[in-house]
Design a protein around this ligand. Structure first.
Ligand SMILES: Nc1ncnc2c1ncn2[C@@H]1O[C@H](COP(=O)(O)OP(=O)(O)O)[C@@H](O)[C@H]1O
Ligand SMILES: [Mg+2]
Length: 274
């Protein structure tokens, strides 16, 4: 795990005890309250998972933190910077991998990461080239670095998007369903990379609708339902709480296959008995 480094600024870190602080974040789309008064904090060095079924407001929450959507009400602080009044500073410390990365298909992977590096004003030269090569090698896409992005599989595109998100050594990484469409080996690599980044002081907010991914990857999990946080804790704590609470139990059922799976299992049981 040597190649991944994060930029740490002790001067800033000393004053920041929470890297992400959502304060009553709310987003209303017409009749729908997609994110409903959401408050949570992520500490430095934590991998925090937003876990919830499709449509529960995970992506919308992230897009507000990133300054891509304006909250209807509430705000958040990222590395101490208020997203409503200090978005430029907040953006500098964040890296983002969207749910469906939209990449310039007519560029090669190498060209794209260099383009992103230029945007961040990372000086061109051997050091930068080496950094890009190391990240691409680590994610197993360096062999395709001279191929056009249009030839990349979905998983490769997401890995490339992750390389581009890491290139400015962000202290806060926001990953939306980052493991979707990535093969088990790639998923294991990503897990290692995230852990490596965490050990170097990065803070990670990730979303997933897959219980096993949250369990495998996250130190702490917030369960989100219809835009609101209904429980928070380690997986162990959540499992214990789920036993007694119908809404939590329902979410766990949805996330582990849902009532359909139960019906199918029941059906098969009945068939076997006949
Ligand atoms: N730009 C938008 N306009 C209207 N409704 C939206 C928009 N973006 C998301 N939504 C709705 O908000 C809800 C939450 O969506 P989203 O945050 O994408 O959920 P998740 O990421 O948890 O699957 C969904 O019902 C979705 O249809
Ligand atoms: Mg989403």
């Amino acid at each position: 795990m040597a190649p991944v480094r994060t930029h740490k600024s002790p001067d800033i870190d000393r004053h920041v005890t929470t890297m992400i602080e959502a304060l009553g974040l709310t987003k209303v789309f017409g009749e729908l309250t997609a994110v409903d008064n959401l408050t949570f904090t992520v500490s430095p060095g934590e991998i925090y998972g937003l876990l919830g079924p499709n449509g529960s407001g995970k992506s919308t929450t992230m897009r507000m933190l990133l300054g891509l959507l304006r909250p209807t009400s509430g705000t958040a602080r990222v590395a101490g910077h208020d997203i409503l009044t200090e978005m430029v500073q907040a953006k500098r410390v964040m890296g983002y991998v969207p749910e469906e990365p939209v990449l310039p298909e007519r560029l090669t992977g190498w060209e794209y990461v260099n383009y992103v590096s230029d945007i961040w004003r990372i000086p061109r030269g051997p050091e930068r080239n080496q950094e890009i090569e190391e990240l691409m090698t680590l994610l197993d896409i360096f062999d395709a670095s001279d191929d056009l992005i249009e030839t990349y599989s979905k998983g490769m595109a997401r890995k490339l998007s992750l390389v581009a998100a890491l290139i400015h050594k962000p202290r806060v990484l926001i990953l939306d369903e980052v493991q979707a469409g990535i093969d088990p080996r790639g998923a294991a690599t990503i897990k290692e990379i995230l852990n490596g980044l965490r050990e170097r002081g990065a803070t990670i907010l990730m979303s997933t609708h897959v219980l096993e991914i949250a369990e495998r990857m996250c130190n702490r999990i917030g369960i989100i339902k219809e835009g609101g946080l209904i429980a928070e804790g380690t997986m162990e704590q959540l499992r214990q709480r789920a036993a007694g609470q119908s809404s939590l139990e329902e979410i766990f059922l949805t996330l582990t296959g849902g009532p359909d799976m139960q019906l199918i299992a029941k059906f098969l049981e009945d068939v076997n008995r006949e």
